[in-house]
Design a protein around this ligand. Structure first.
Ligand SMILES: Cc1cc2nc3c(=O)[nH]c(=O)nc-3n(C[C@H](O)[C@H](O)[C@H](O)COP(=O)(O)OP(=O)(O)OC[C@H]3O[C@@H](n4cnc5c(N)ncnc54)[C@H](O)[C@@H]3O)c2cc1C
Length: 231
């Protein structure tokens, strides 16, 4: 398989059962004489919890949202994309190894739309076919996969299990939903955010590009959606 319109494939396989209450508990514990186990047992309505949580987040006490962890499976993304994703140091990753997994025949790869638009699609596929054939030839000659992989392109797809807490999720969204981020990681992070917001709609206002959060754009090249930051 070389092309799939559904790429990247993203699933949210694990999420906190009650993130709002968990964050509320973290916030209340800071300001209450009561034991946290007692605070947890009390029934508090969502509006009251949300009011406190929003206030605490606005004042920058972001450690309170680190207790909420999300686990995703990700497939059908290029190595170019995963290389950017793994730069996020507060995320945890388990990625398909190009040392232990030997490609069989044509490896899966991503074809950017700009290459198709420029009329290079056929040449691009020929390049990938030739690369796969040379890779196979090396494997047949008993060159280890960890060395044969040196010719695999950035376009080759990968799979990961990726996890992160809510604080990092918001940071990831702020950076990677911005139009200056590369299109593939933007699409991937958008899918991750949509899955979280589907479960917790109140998080929608936090999982946004940084300009929406700040009310201004700090990029050198602005898309014009928000006014640029003035010194
Ligand atoms: C549009 C765009 C273009 C980019 N272009 C390039 C590029 O050309 N070249 C390149 O190399 N990278 C590039 N990057 C990657 C970028 O430099 C970061 O490595 C990546 O976005 C991770 O961001 P981060 O370090 O803020 O986040 P994370 O690693 O997720 O960390 C989150 C936050 O934790 C804190 N933190 C984490 N580690 C430390 C630490 N060691 N010390 C102090 N504080 C820490 C910081 O506040 C940080 O913002 C680009 C990113 C974007 C979004």
């Amino acid at each position: 398989m070389t092309e799939n319109k559904e790429f990247p494939m993203v699933s949210l396989i694990n999420a906190p059962e009650n993130p709002l209450k968990t964050i509320y508990l973290a916030c209340r514990t800071c300001y209450s004489a009561d034991y946290p186990c007692n605070i947890w047992e009390k029934d508090v309505d969502d509006a009251k919890m949300l009011k406190l949580v929003k206030k605490v987040l606005q004042s920058g006490h972001h450690s309170t949202i680190e207790h909420c962890q999300y686990v995703f499976t990700i497939s059908g993304v290029s190595r170019a994309c995963t290389h950017q994703l793994v730069r996020h140091r507060h995320m945890s990753f388990s990625q398909k190894s190009q040392r232990y997994v030997v490609e069989q025949g044509q490896f899966e790869y991503i074809t950017p739309q700009t290459i198709k638009n420029a009329g290079f699609e056929d040449e691009y596929h020929v390049f990938m076919k030739n690369t796969a054939e040379f890779y196979d030839k090396m494997i047949e000659k008993r060159i280890p996969a960890e060395d044969a992989r040196f010719i695999l392109p950035n376009a080759a797809t990968s799979s990961l299990v990726a996890s992160l807490n809510l604080r990092e999720m918001i940071h990831l969204a702020n950076l990677r939903l911005c139009v200056s981020a590369q299109h593939e990681i933007r699409k991937l992070v958008k899918k991750m955010c949509d899955l979280v917001v589907k479960k917790e709609p109140w998080l929608g206002e936090y999982l946004v590009p940084k300009c929406e959060k700040n009310g201004f754009c700090d990029e050198i090249k602005s898309c014009g959606r928000f006014p640029q930051k003035v010194e």
